[in-house]
Design a protein around this ligand. Structure first.
Ligand SMILES: [Zn+2]
Length: 309
């Protein structure tokens, strides 16, 4: 068996085909791969049983995927085989029962006790060079999720940076440095204040806890443009990226009905529900409705609380 190079392996993971239609997010395959790679990193065995992985993947899709009427963890488990990096055993029995669109049903995968795993060449290379797992995981995160979500997601799949953590930190640092203009511009046009709560803390001369959020994620093809950015404090940024908050057509703050809590939730979040966000300086572009519509559709965990103003 020829050993695959690092570049070949990274390219194989980068070229997985994610279902796409009119700008909709489909993080199914990346989430399944994160589960598989986390298990590999923990040395907890190579294959994933569909019966075990189904509830975990369903939960990840609910938490980190776009809001959908139904979740289909069976789709990535079967379809990832078409990308040349994943195999499912009991294939022949399952093939007898495929749907007209060529998919295995969840019931079929469960009855045949299907197990999925990375292909032999990929698995062998990752066992031999475990630091590659970190690079693949970093790549999967960058391509599918905003940075504010990365650590939470890694905790959710129980992934640990065991090897070469320094490399990961250096790479994210370099990434942040690649695009200083977007952050500076957004913070400047929003007057160095959170567009939701007005927080404008400074430590010495520098802003602290204030960030430039992409409305349509970079990972989803959103541009580094002023009309796709909004200045938010750290708290409101995380809530915005996780879909607890969004913005309506009239730039009023939407708060998910699913968001709840006892301490400070009323004063820090619910108090702003339905209020217009702070606009950028006159003459500067406001958030574009294309991007806010994408955020409501693909990120927001609606429905929103009623706007009673
Ligand atoms: Zn804020």
């Amino acid at each position: 068996m020829n050993t695959l190079s690092d570049d070949q392996i990274l390219a194989a993971f980068r070229s997985i085909r994610c279902w796409s239609r009119s700008d909709q997010r489909a993080p199914h395959k990346p989430l399944l791969l994160l589960l598989a790679l986390a298990q590999l990193q923990r040395k907890s065995g190579r294959s994933l049983s569909y019966c075990n992985v189904e509830p975990r993947l369903r939960q990840l899709l609910l938490e980190f995927g776009p809001r959908r009427k139904t979740q289909h963890p069976e789709h990535p488990f079967w379809r990832l085989q078409n990308d040349g990096i994943w195999i499912v055993d009991s294939r022949d029995s399952i093939r007898q029962e495929l749907t007209s669109s060529g998919d295995a049903t969840a019931d079929s995968l469960r009855r045949h006790q299907a197990n999925g795993q990375l292909t032999n060449p990929i698995h062998a290379a990752l066992v031999e060079r475990p630091e590659l797992v970190n690079r693949i995981v970093t790549d999967l995160l960058d391509r599918n999720f905003p940075p504010s979500m990365h650590e939470t997601l890694l905790d959710a799949v129980d992934f640990q940076w065991i090897y070469e953590k320094r490399r990961y930190e250096k790479r994210t640092y370099e990434k942040r440095m690649r695009d200083p203009h977007f952050r500076e511009e957004i913070i400047r046009i929003y007057e160095h204040r959170c567009a939701v709560c007005g927080f404008d803390g400074r430590l010495g001369l520098a802003d602290i806890g204030l960030e430039a959020a992409h409305i349509k994620w970079l990972a989803a093809g959103g541009p580094d443009a002023s009309d796709n950015g909004i200045a938010l404090c750290v708290l409101h940024h995380v809530l915005f990226d996780r879909g607890a908050l969004s913005i309506d057509e009239e730039l009023r703050l939407l708060v998910s009905k699913d968001l709840h809590g006892q301490n400070h939730v009323e004063t820090l979040i619910l108090a702003y529900s339905g209020l217009p966000i702070r606009k950028p300086q006159p003459g500067e572009p406001e958030p574009d409705t294309r991007y806010t519509a994408w955020h409501r559709r693909e990120v927001f965990r609606g429905p929103s609380r009623a706007i009673t103003l």
